[in-house]
Design a protein around this ligand. Structure first.
Ligand code: SF4
Length: 101
């Protein structure tokens, strides 16, 4: 979730606080293709999905100082797409299934 014009100010403040970590995100480095964090099974070949996933995970796990915060955010928001916190949607789903809240 991100700020949307017209959003309730209280919710907007909560979203801003929850996403503060993104200012330090490894995936925000200039020149990085954000598309690698969103392999698309409908559009990408199996090889492209594997390549994008490996590239994204490498950045998350080796370059990102906020990986754990990002992962907790993605788990809280129940994102079912994209690489967040170094995990794929399927890997995050295992976490939900193991610890449903
Ligand atoms: S953990 Fe990965 S997806 Fe999350 S902010 Fe860091 S680089 Fe971006």
């Amino acid at each position: 979730m991100s700020y949307t014009p017209g959003m309730d100010p209280t919710i907007a403040a909560e979203v801003a606080q929850m996403t503060e970590f993104m200012a330090e995100a490894g995936c925000g480095e200039p020149g990085l293709d954000p598309d690698i964090f969103f392999p698309d099974p409908q559009e990408d070949t199996r090889e492209a999905i594997q390549s994008k996933t490996l590239q994204a995970k490498t950045i998350c796990w080796t370059m990102c100082p906020v990986r754990e915060t990002c992962l907790q955010y993605a788990l809280a928001m129940r994102f079912d797409h994209g690489i967040f916190g170094g995990l794929t949607p399927a890997e995050r789903k295992k976490r939900y299934d193991a610890d449903p809240r």
